[in-house]
Design a binder for this molecule. Structure first.
Ligand code: TYM
Length: 335
């Protein structure tokens, strides 16, 4: 165990991971393994808040696990498992359903986006999704949570729930977990619309780069990415009203580790005919090794299942005692 604190983060197994997941979260997860005690979870119970085909869900749990390992999550250094194998997540979520208030959940913008116009038809699980997320984090008493910008509101709710639990029972039990949000690529946007987020649930595959895309797919998607007719500016301020151009420069920055200013000093004054091929080459350099490794891992699905089972045992060793304490605090079991 390392000393800087405890990291928890999760990703839903609802299809292929994309460049937004990678730059907004997973790249950071990999780096944090050096200094932190890290727990990474494939959140399959979150996935079933919207309908899933059982065959696809089973496949997706393995694929996302393989993708995380291929991206650099090392199961011998970090705890890696799928959520449904560790029952304390759901158990603590129920407790938090009895702490969080309807008014708090009513403010959650992700529910509004996902439920769309037909709220009456959304599952109760989709509505209560953020209390399960709070339970994921707090059943490990995690101190830091690396996520993309879109999860910030859920993290604020998690902090409110921790505080409310502590004050309801007059204890200092749950910590206030800190969100860790990347600066450059906290919100990677769609390749077809610079004002909407790159997302697994977008019906058009052309809007995102999946970590499993072939070299040709990547080149085509970037070539066809929406841009404007102007050349790139020489300074970052020149991107202010150009969401698509800004998104591509930010992706370049996230992947290369170079600042936007540095990139624009090189490409400023040039058109997308020059910038896009350079970006495509960079994306391929990062993604191709990941998809190759992922395919190797998927050739042995039993090995992935064994890793997940072993990760779940390690997770359970932490969450079991935390839930015992929670039950004592609430009065469900003797002190
Ligand atoms: P999910 O599965 O949608 O995404 C996983 C991670 O990727 C980030 N992300 C993005 N970052 C930048 N640009 C984008 N376009 C983009 N799209 C996704 C997300 O912010 C996330 O960090 N509710 C979470 C999963 C979850 C969780 C947790 C996370 C469940 N329990 C506990 C942290 C802690 C989700 O749906 O992520």
């Amino acid at each position: 165990m390392t000393s800087a604190g405890r990291i928890f983060s999760g990703v839903q197994p609802t299809g292929n991971l994309h460049l937004g997941n990678y730059l907004g979260a997973i790249k950071n997860w990999v780096e944090l393994q050096t200094d932190f005690d890290c727990i990474y979870c494939v959140v399959d119970l979150h996935a079933i808040t919207v309908p899933q085909e059982p065959v696809n869900l089973r496949r997706s749990i393995r694929e996302v696990t393989a993708c995380l390992i291929a991206s650099g999550i090392d199961p011998s250094r970090s705890v890696l498992f799928n959520q449904s194998r560790v029952p304390q997540h759901a158990e603590l979520a129920w407790v938090f359903n009895c702490v969080a208030r309807l008014g708090w959940l009513n403010r959650m913008t992700q529910f509004k986006e996902k439920a769309g116009m037909n709220k009456e038809n959304a599952t109760v699980g989709l509505y209560a999704y953020p209390t399960l997320m709070a339970a994921d984090i707090l059943c490990y008493k995690a101190t830091h949570v690396p996520v993309g910008e879109d999860q910030k509101q859920h993290l604020e709710l998690t902090r409110d729930i921790a505080l409310a639990f502590n004050s309801m029972f007059d204890v200092d039990f749950f910590p206030q977990p800190e969100p860790q949000i990347q600066k450059t690529a906290s919100r990677v946007m769609s390749l077809r619309d610079g004002t909407s987020k790159m997302s697994k649930s977008d019906t058009s595959d052309a809007t995102r780069i999946n970590l499993t895309d072939s070299v040709d797919d990547i080149a085509q998607k970037i070539k066809r990415a929406k841009t404007d007719p102007e050349a790139l500016p020489s300074e970052a301020e020149g991107l202010a009203d150009r969401p698509e151009a800004r998104n591509l420069v930010r992706i370049f920055s996230g992947l290369s580790g170079r600042t936007e200013s540095h990139i624009l000093a090189e490409f400023g004054g040039q058109g997308f005919g020059v910038f896009k091929p350079a970006l495509a080459e960079l994306v391929v350099d990062v993604i191709s090794p990941i998809s190759q490794k992922m395919n190797q891992l998927l050739a042995e699905p039993d090995e992935i299942d064994k890793l997940l089972a072993s990760g779940a045992e390690q997770a359970y060793a932490i969450t079991g005692p935390v839930l015992e304490d929670v039950k004592k605090i609430i009065g469900l079991t003797p002190p």
